[in-house]
Design a protein around this ligand. Sequence first.
Ligand code: 13P
Length: 304
Amino acid sequence: MNKLVEDIQKLKKEKDAVILVHNYQLPEVQDIADYLGDSLDLSTKAKLVDNKVIVFCGVHFMAETAYILSPHKTVILPDLTSGCPLADMITKQDVINLKKRYPGVPIVGYINTSAEVKSEIDYCCTSANAVDIVSKISSYDVIFLPDKYLGSYVQRTTKKNLILWHGYCSTHIKILKEDILMLKQHYPDAKVVVHPECSLEVQEVADKIAGTAGMIKYVQQNPEVKVFIIGTEVGMCYRLKKLFPDKEFIPASKLAVCPNMKKNTLEKILFSLETLEPKIVVDEEIRKKALNSINKMYELQDKT
Ligand code: 13P
């Protein structure tokens, strides 16, 4: 075993830490995960694990969500600068203004938002449950923020009237329809699976639109398909290849690399275990309000 990995494993035990890793992380970081998953899986794990320390290998809003759910644990983000440009496209004040403009209209906010934004919304959601959450809200009108592409996918699927914010993921919009059409010429039998954060044009040429957990499920459900064109952050292809070594996963675009997701290196993970820094903490008043929107997501999700 690599010395760095050995040191991480040793310190992890000493500090009673668990390493949660998002599907977009570097291959070597995915390889040391205790739990690997999408935003929803990892939030749920953060709530359920009983380790004292959570090392969150993802971006800032994910570690913040872990803290909101488990404030008594020490939550560490190995690189504090790993933010999410999409989450930064809406502020708490923007949400307050939306409430004034559309009084009484429920607000669903993507998990890719800050704790402050979560403290002002009614329901949180992830790519895995956005359609389910919005469809279970009784109101026909729903404000959905901040991702306009995920929002329009939810709108088409639920047939509700969604009032959309204008945010987008700067990594997913690098995937172009032309990239996919070209790859389809080389791999005519391949199935195209894209994340709902992709542009509408890209969504239109896909066989399946799904978050990262949904992509895994789709591959499992289609055993006869040998090649998949994957329209999301390139780290997902590594995850899929490890799960399904006999299949081929072609990134829809090699440009779809999230620079923030790639900031958590093994060296930084080791350093963060040594120092238990940088810690993620959220103001208690904001945390309680943000927790409410996350809990309402879990309640709706469980409702049949
Ligand atoms: P998933 O929840 O589908 O993994 O997506 C997370 C994300 O941040 C997409 O940009």
